[in-house]
Every structure is written in structure tokens, then in C-alpha cells.
Write a protein that binds this ligand. Structure first.
Ligand SMILES: [Zn+2]
Length: 223
């Protein structure tokens, strides 16, 4: 990938424009303003001040993101309900799914903890994937954006820091190492689904060019 250099436009902007200007791009991290120059497919535009990636257009990225998102939905559902771990100790064995584990506290004062765990591990990642499918499917199919698509995409972006599937995976690894001295632990199918899920979420995140989505949403709304 080559970086396209964007010229800083701060000096050329005497007053704040009232309408959003299609010829400028603002770095979401450091607020630097640049004159917009659209990179070719496979290139990317980065902020000269803080190196945040601003635009990464890719050929057929939309279809790939949709395929990844569908795979993520299937993996989230599988990882929730299939057995995650089996523990064998002194002749007894027990296997548990993540939903069982999250609901284990649901009838006591820890119900809030149980709901928060289920939300951070599953519901929020699932919500984000469904929202991005809702936004992207009409765009990729060359149709006008779905109703409230901009709001849906903004919500998906707002939820991003709260999607903590990978942190749960690290927690599990630590817990398994701790109990492996006491009992015989084997991973169930949900563990491997979960591992694949964590990787796919990162890949999908990196495939989405947020500028391209916002640009498509705003230009198609006008036409
Ligand atoms: Zn920046």
C-alpha cells in the first residue's frame, strides 16, 4: 500500500463553512483539515499529523465485508450456544456454554453483572454486525440507503469501544491456565468458533473504509 499525501488546507479556509464541504476531509483524531484527494483502489490516505488512516478504498470491499459480517453472525450464535469448555475432575465432568456461564448469576443480586457480561461479549458485537449489514447491503446493491442508515452507522461506530469479545478471550485463557492444574480442561467447539470470531472481527473492522461509507450515504441521499 502506498500513502497518498494530502495537502493541509487550514490556511486556505478563512471562515468555517456553514454546509459540509465535499472537497475537505477532517482527521477524526487530531482535527487537521486536508484538501480531499481520493486515493486509487489499493492506496490509502493518511493524516500527515497523526498518521490516522483516513481513506482506504478497496475493490469489491463491500461484498467482502458483507460476507465477513454474515460469517461473524453465524460464529457469534454458535459460540454462544455450543459447549465452550468441558472440565473433568475426580470422575465427574461438566461442560458449559457461554450463555450458561453468563446466566449462572441471573437469579441473584449479580444479575446486573450477568447482563453486562452477556451484552459486552455477544449482544454488542452482534448489534454492530447487524447494523453494518443494514447500512452496507443497500449501498453494495446500488440502491438508495436504508431508512436511518446514517444513524445506524453512527450507532455502530459509537458501540465500537464496548465490543469486548477479544478481552473475554484473554480472560478465558488466563482462567484456563489457572484451573488446568486442578482439573482436566478440554475446549469445546464454541471455543474454536470464538477464536475465529475474534480474528474475523478485526479483519472486518480493517476492511470497512468509514469515509467511503459516509460519502456513499451522503451522496446517494442527495440524488
Ligand atoms: Zn490526524
Amino acid at each position: 500500500m502506498t500513502a497518498v499525501s494530502l495537502s493541509e488546507a487550514a490556511s486556505g479556509v478563512p471562515t468555517l463553512p456553514l454546509k459540509p464541504r465535499a472537497d475537505l476531509i477532517v482527521c477524526p483524531r487530531c482535527d487537521a483539515v486536508f484538501a480531499l484527494k481520493r486515493p486509487e483502489n489499493g492506496q490509502r490516505a493518511v493524516c500527515q499529523r497523526c498518521a490516522t488512516v483516513l481513506i482506504t478504498p478497496r475493490r469489491k470491499a463491500g461484498l467482502q465485508i458483507i460476507a465477513l459480517s454474515v460469517a461473524i453472525v453465524i460464529l457469534i450464535l454458535g459460540a454462544a450456544f455450543f459447549p465452550f469448555l468441558s472440565v473433568h475432575a475426580v470422575g465427574a465432568s461438566n461442560s458449559v456454554s457461554i450463555i450458561d456461564a453468563a446466566l449462572a448469576f441471573s437469579d441473584g443480586p449479580l444479575i446486573l453483572l450477568s447482563l453486562a457480561t452477556a451484552a459486552l461479549i455477544f449482544l454488542i458485537p452482534l448489534c454492530r454486525v447487524l447494523l453494518s449489514l443494514y447500512v452496507l447491503v443497500p449501498l453494495v446493491a446500488d440502491r438508495p440507503p436504508a431508512r436511518h442508515a446514517a444513524r445506524a452507522f453512527r450507532l455502530a461506530e459509537t458501540l465500537r469501544p464496548w465490543s469486548m469479545a477479544e478481552i473475554f478471550a484473554i480472560g478465558c485463557a488466563v482462567a484456563v491456565i489457572k484451573i488446568s492444574d486442578l482439573a482436566d480442561v478440554t475446549f469445546g467447539p464454541a471455543f474454536w468458533m470464538f477464536a475465529a470470531l475474534v480474528v474475523l472481527v478485526v479483519v472486518q473492522e480493517n476492511f470497512i473504509c468509514r469515509w467511503s461509507v459516509w460519502n456513499a450515504l451522503s451522496t446517494r441521499r442527495k440524488s
